[in-house]
Design a protein around this ligand. Structure first.
Ligand code: HEC
Ligand code: HEC
Length: 447
């Protein structure tokens, strides 16, 4: 204990003394793995997440500045199953929400390899027990042919979805010819970023058409819309677009900034174990993960093929997957360019262990499996031509000990244990969070 304190003091002094140094500083304090870091102070600050209420420091769409009122409204709407009012079967009315597939208990993923919104029944503990309702025909379930990514850290994703198709700015400028009504990419013409404009597409896709008459009739909602959108004429204030804008503001605040790695970056060298520090050094060094996973979310708006399997190639019990679906074609399914085929957006890496399923197809069931796959670099997916694979997808020759340390870093140091702070305690409707079907109400103790 005494040794650790002395070492951390040296580390802090070192950090203070070399604020301006840009050199990669290895083994700066001692040779003890617990404190030696290959990250320079400059690297460290580029990886730090802001506080969730430090709005000026959170990336945002200039057309939708984050305000406390929007965040508060968006938090409620994101979890509000009263928005679930255009179901394919009447039994589903008012039983599902955005949070059905993106809730705090699963790190804002769904807890399932293939998430079910409308037509699902039950929740379990982390969303893992949501099964199709016997009242539903399979064709009417709201399921997608690709795994549900988290909405954590989406502030760092100017365009969204695995193929980056939603968002009318950034890398999507120049793709206008591919924006169409059928997949909601026509909302890109709003000229907003993915979370803002894309939210309108998500509402429609997931049968969550907001009942504006009802929303305006609930005093708590009416008041929040007034406070969040004071510049919009009152008659237009409660609209699908503003629902999307409020939810976007909320999603931008979903930052896993209490993870040990973040605490370490904030200046607490004891926040991570020695193995996690060693894993961090491998991540940013020898294992070259940071070539792609970088920035505060450790994900980027870049697209690569790692040859991972699609959902139809392995997930047991997955349904409603059309052969040749565009989702499985990655960025190329959206841009229509051969060079983009099978390339997926580099995902963020926080709170993965809450989900239990990884890769765009949800075919990996542990973080270790993913890392072993990247280490051996043998593609799973026969549809992906070798010429499409990322040039960095080559054997890394990491040994078992190094893999264990990388896993310790990704699984536990990038894990914020307190995401429930982002979920609302209750909803103006009084509905059960995040689902309002009979079994979910029992599982969640809502009745
Ligand atoms: C049926 C479960 C389901 C529901 C309900 C759902 N989503 Fe999703 N969400 C998904 C899936 C699956 C994807 C990935 C789709 C793709 O990439 O093609 C996704 C992707 C996203 C992303 C992109 C994340 C990223 O890193 O690119 C955001 C943001 C998002 N959803 C927000 C929402 C919002 C807002 C709602 C409510 C209007 C919603 N979702 C409702 C399943 C769901
Ligand atoms: C060439 C860029 C690149 C490199 C290098 C890279 N990754 Fe990734 N990583 C990706 C992409 C792209 C995906 C998503 C691929 C897919 O789903 O088809 C991904 C997926 C993952 C996932 C699964 C996340 C999820 O939500 O499903 C983990 C974990 C991961 N990478 C960790 C690492 C680690 C650890 C390293 C270093 C050993 C690494 N990656 C190196 C691009 C990269």
């Amino acid at each position: 204990m005494k040794k650790l304190t002395t070492i951390s003091l040296i580390a802090v002094l070192f950090l203070l003394s070399c604020q301006k140094t840009e050199l990669v500083s290895s083994n700066f304090a001692t040779n003890d793995d617990a404190v030696s870091s290959i990250l320079s102070p400059r690297d460290m600050s580029s990886l730090m997440l802001p506080r969730s209420d430090d709005y000026p420091s959170i990336p945002q769409d200039p057309k939708n500045p984050i305000t406390a009122e929007k965040v508060q409204l968006g938090q409620l709407l994101f979890h509000e199953s009263r928005l679930g009012q255009t179901p394919k079967q009447q039994q589903g009315l008012h039983t599902y929400s955005c949070a059905t597939c993106h809730h705090a208990e699963a790190g804002f993923q769904s807890g399932m390899s293939q998430a079910i919104s409308e037509g699902g029944n039950g929740f379990g503990v982390t969303g893992e027990l949501r099964i199709p309702s016997p009242l539903y025909s399979t064709a009417n379930l709201d399921v997608q042919p690709i795994r549900t990514p988290t909405v954590l850290n989406t502030a760092y994703s100017e365009v969204i979805l695995w193929n980056g198709s939603l968002g009318g700015t950034g890398v999507n400028l120049g793709t206008e010819a591919n924006w169409k009504v059928s997949d909601g990419t026509n909302n890109n013409f709003l000229g907003m970023q993915g979370l803002e404009g894309g939210g309108v597409a998500a509402l429609k896709k997931h049968r969550l058409t907001p009942d504006t008459v009802w929303l305006a009739s609930v005093p708590e909602y009416k008041n929040l819309f007034d406070l969040a959108f004071p510049d919009v004429p009152e008659a237009q204030r409660v609209s699908s677009l503003n629902v999307s804008l409020a939810m976007a503001a909320y999603q931008r605040t979903l930052l896993p900034n209490e993870a040990p790695f973040q605490k370490y970056l904030q200046g607490d060298p004891r926040a991570m174990t020695a193995d996690q520090v060693a894993g961090m050094n491998l991540f940013f060094g020898k294992a070259k993960c940071a070539k792609c996973h970088n920035g505060p979310s450790l994900g980027t708006v870049q697209f690569f093929a790692l040859g991972m399997a699609d959902m139809q190639q392995g997930v047991f019990g997955a349904v409603n997957i059309a052969p040749g679906n565009t989702e499985s074609k990655g960025r190329g399914g959206f841009t229509g360019k051969a060079a983009d085929l099978y390339k997926f957006k580099v995902p963020q890496l926080y709170n993965l262990k809450d989900a239990g399923f990884y890769g765009h197809g949800g075919n990996f069931t542990s973080i270790e499996q993913v890392i072993r796959y990247i280490n051996t670099a043998v593609p799973q997916n026969a549809n992906v031509p070798a010429t499409q694979l990322a040039k960095q997808f080559v054997p890394l020759n990491l040994n078992d000990d190094e893999i264990a340390k990388l896993v310790a870093f990704v699984k536990d140091a990038l894990y914020d244990p307190n995401l429930s702070r982002y979920a609302p305690a209750s909803l103006p409707s009084g509905d059960c969070i995040p689902n309002n079907d009979a079994q979910s109400k029992i599982d969640r103790g809502c009745q």
